[in-house]
Design a protein around this ligand. Sequence first.
Ligand SMILES: Nc1ncnc2c1ncn2[C@@H]1O[C@H](COP(=O)(O)OP(=O)(O)OP(=O)(O)O)[C@@H](O)[C@H]1O
Length: 250
Amino acid sequence: MTQVALKCEGVTVSYGALRAVNDVSHDFQEGRVYGLIGPNGAGKTTLLNVLAGRQMRHRGRVFCGGQEISQRPAYERARMGIGRSFQIIKIFGEMTVAENLLIAAQSRRPGFQPFWISRSFDKQFREQLDATLELTGLAAHRDDIAGTLPYGLQRSLELGVTLIPDPKILLLDEPLAGIGHHEIQAALELIQKVSQGRTVLLIEHNMDAVMSLSHEIVVMSNGSVIACGSPEAIRKNESVRSIYLGEDAL
Ligand SMILES: Nc1ncnc2c1ncn2[C@@H]1O[C@H](COP(=O)(O)OP(=O)(O)OP(=O)(O)O)[C@@H](O)[C@H]1O
């Protein structure tokens, strides 16, 4: 029987009178990919922030592997195996690819000192680094300055930074944002590869991509979950189609 990896219960986030997330409850099962879709402003990123511990001012509860984590800050959740990538790429543009990955690996360790890379980083780091470079297709770029990479490879590095601590749960916020048409297929294959054996929550506006990558789609509108189900069921769902004014979008 599959286990619940991540769970939210009655999560509500208010900004003044606005309910950005409104009483959202959902179980995310181990090893499954969940596409989180909805129009702009639906509350998707805010919900992801609640799950990642980056939005602590909320009502409701969050659980990871059965343990309540509602009060745990983001860095503790990261050490518990929750990795989060961002809509806007957050890498150190003036450092090399390998340095970016090493900082990410070290930062998940207790006692980490920011902006300091041990010269004697241990075998485990080397192995993590090599595996992540290989996985993300960045092995040939390990010594390149990150900011000089083509955009698609910067996106791969952003994903690598999230992956290097080997999170069991991946929260991906628009990982295809800004990627050119010719790079989409490679990016999709990478996301598919890194999703194996992990629980993934994927916010993505590219409908074909999110439908092909996900086992289950969760649809938000005005802060609430209005539907969830298989990609096929969601494509046919009338209320979902009506919030996407152009039905072709689905
Ligand atoms: N810090 C904030 N202060 C005030 N309002 C906010 C804040 N962050 C988000 N909001 C509002 O909360 C609502 C939900 O925003 P959120 O970014 O979660 O939506 P989203 O579904 O991720 O949208 P998009 O697809 O455009 O990224 C929006 O109306 C947004 O303007």
